[in-house]
Design a protein around this ligand. Structure first.
Ligand code: ATP
Length: 564
């Protein structure tokens, strides 16, 4: 499937629209249309039901070290600024970004290589290069490069040094090849040479994936959106839109303990909006500036935390599989030691092979992290840093805590063992929008089915899991007469009490089927002539296209059973 096809379907059938589209759109922001809003609600509800209120606190689930409880929270988006100072987001929530000196666009330093691979001008340049089987460059044809720079290059890479100053740039490249002929020139090095205008002054430069222009050195950029509370806009009134939902859970740890009867081990779940001023929002909703997270903070005894980490890692992976993501496109990847945050004992990402990524590449759907006692201790003692394997409170030049904690006791007292300790935390942190996008990508299917005349015709369908499908069943009278609409409307009214169903009497029944296939409706129910004589209706399955008859009176039970 090409991503463009899915994006077009999402717009055409009301799943996703660009935010503020009539004003040209706002990059990194998306609106869910009538179908999308149902789909994303179903993703959130499946998560909440499976993780929180459908969880049986009295049984040990398969793979879990013991029974446990789950409760929910819904915290404010704007919190006390000290929350972000102690959590580390204020000082550390940075990305390194580079600006193109030519087109002025910003790109995230760690995205440049990936973006260059997808860049239009790099693809165009590739056509004039001769490559070996291992993708190394066998030969540089200076004449062909020059020709490209003066023709196609001007259109696709106006910022590239080779295009702006072809002779100077090319001479440096030729000199490099002549001076070390035995050292083969890799693609990355070639791109840097042709992006560099004054080698002696600047050294090799990195090219902009958009126009080929030279990029500045990476500079830090805080991803938190800022605002102010109250009438006076100064540093004292500055607040931040939360970049994650997790901190709301940590700062309410004691409130949850004191107001419920939960005891360790237990989890607190939250679904809500988060905001990050991403430098390069792209890939549809995958990297947005406003998005929704579904996070759990699971509090447990330190000596059991590894077992719980393993449990959540495996359980969360299985959740995506159970809802239809294919095993060969979903993977669980343990972070290498050098990828781990300074406090983390272990982190695994659940990743999906999104179609907009290069073959073999995966994008993060969810991170499952063992966070130790880092967060609760930070909110108790102040911002922590690691020193010689120990987590200690960060001090300023005068030796005072750089960001003071709340001073509130975050210890847990275990009634049974009579021990006091700061619980360890396992954090499965998922994105509702990324999950929704993955389910859409997985569901998009093109096949051929016979049309009304019996000829094979292309069909687009969304093979969504019935729990996720925006509309669960559509009810059609075969024709708009002979009492069929009346019966169909009666069935619609009954089913509507149990599920989101849809009534449609317009146009040929084949076209009505196709419309439902495109939005992923798993069942279509048709009232026809036979219904009026024997009280049965036809049910058609979206995926198998099988049709069968069921008694009208058994319909509610059958559809409910099939949707489970
Ligand atoms: P990435 O490396 O892709 O920026 P991250 O590691 O910073 O992601 P986390 O901070 O672990 O992400 O956030 C948890 C989850 O929230 C991610 O797995 C993802 O599903 C979701 N998420 C994070 N950033 C975004 C975003 N900009 N747009 C949409 N979803 C996001």
């Amino acid at each position: 499937m090409e991503m463009d096809q899915l994006v077009a379907l999402c717009k055409r059938r009301g799943f996703l629209f660009q935010s503020s589209e009539i004003y040209g759109g706002l990059q990194g922001f998306w609106d869910y249309g009538p179908m999308g809003v149902e789909l994303k609600r179903n993703v959130r509800e499946a998560w909440w039901r499976d993780m929180v209120n459908g969880h049986n606190a009295l049984d040990v689930p398969p793979g879990a070290p013991s029974t446990y409880e789950m409760v929910g929270l819904d915290c404010s988006i704007i919190m006390h600024p000290q929350v972000w100072k102690c959590s580390g987001h204020y000082d550390l929530f940075h990305d390194f970004m580079q600006t193109c000196r030519q087109c002025k666009k910003l790109v995230r330093a760690d995205h440049v290589a990936e973006m260059l691979k997808e860049s239009e001008w790099v693809a165009s340049l590739g056509t004039v290069l001769t490559r070996g089987p291992d993708d190394s460059l066998l030969d540089i044809d200076a004449e062909a490069l020059l020709k490209w720079a003066k023709s196609k290059g001007r259109k696709v890479a106006p910022g590239l040094a080779l295009v702006r100053k072809p002779e100077v740039t090319l001479s440096c490249l030729v000199e490099r090849i002549a001076s070390s002929p035995s050292v083969p020139l890799g693609s990355g090095e070639l791109l840097s040479y042709i992006a560099t205008e004054q080698l002696a002054v600047t050294g090799l430069q990195a090219p902009c994936p958009h126009c080929g222009g030279d990029l500045t050195e990476p500079r830090e950029f805080n991803l938190m959106f800022e605002s102010n509370t109250g009438a006076v806009r100064d540093d004292n009134s500055k607040v931040f839109l939360r970049p994650e939902t997790a901190q709301g859970i940590f700062v309410n740890f004691k409130n949850v303990l004191d107001s419920t009867r939960v005891s360790i081990p237990f989890g607190v779940a939250q679904i809500g909006k988060s905001f990050r001023n991403e430098i390069t929002p792209r890939n549809f909703t995958f990297r947005s500036r406003e998005f929704e997270q579904m996070e759990i903070e699971f509090f447990c005894r330190p000596d059991q935390s590894r077992a719980w980490y393993q449990y959540w890692r495996d359980r969360r992976y299985k959740w995506y599989l159970d809802l239809g993501l294919a095993g060969d496109r979903l993977r669980l990847r343990d972070h290498d030691a050098d990828e781990l945050s300074h406090y983390s004992v272990g982190t695994a990402d659940i990743e999906y092979a999104f179609p907009f990524l290069a073959p073999g590449e995966f994008g993060e759907l969810e991170g499952v992290a063992h966070r130790g006692d880092f967060d609760l201790r930070s909110h108790m003692e102040g911002k922590l840093v690691r020193q010689g394997g120990e987590l200690i409170v960060e001090k300023d030049a005068e030796g005072k805590p750089s960001h003071r904690g709340s001073g509130k006791d975050m210890n847990y007292f275990d009634d049974q063992t009579k021990e006091r300790f700061i619980p360890h935390v396992i954090e499965p942190s998922a994105g509702a929008d990324r999950a929704t996008l993955a389910f859409l990508c997985q569901a998009y299917t093109e096949d051929e089915v016979p049309d009304e005349g019996g000829k094979a015709a292309k069909r687009v369908s969304l093979k969504l899991h019935p729990r996720l499908a925006p509309i669960k069943a559509a009810i059609f009278p075969l024709v708009k007469k002979d009492g069929m609409p009346e019966v169909a409307k009666e069935i619609y009214g009954e089913l509507k009490q149990h599920a989101n169903v849809f009534y449609d009497e317009k146009g040929a029944v084949g076209r009505r089927y196709r419309r439902q296939d495109e939005v992923g409706t798993p069942y279509c129910i048709t009232v026809d002539g036979q219904t009026l004589t024997d009280g049965t209706v036809t049910i058609r399955d979206r995926d198998t296209l099988k049709q069968w008859r069921t008694k009208k009176d058994d319909l509610v039970a059958e559809i409910r059973e099939r949707l489970r």
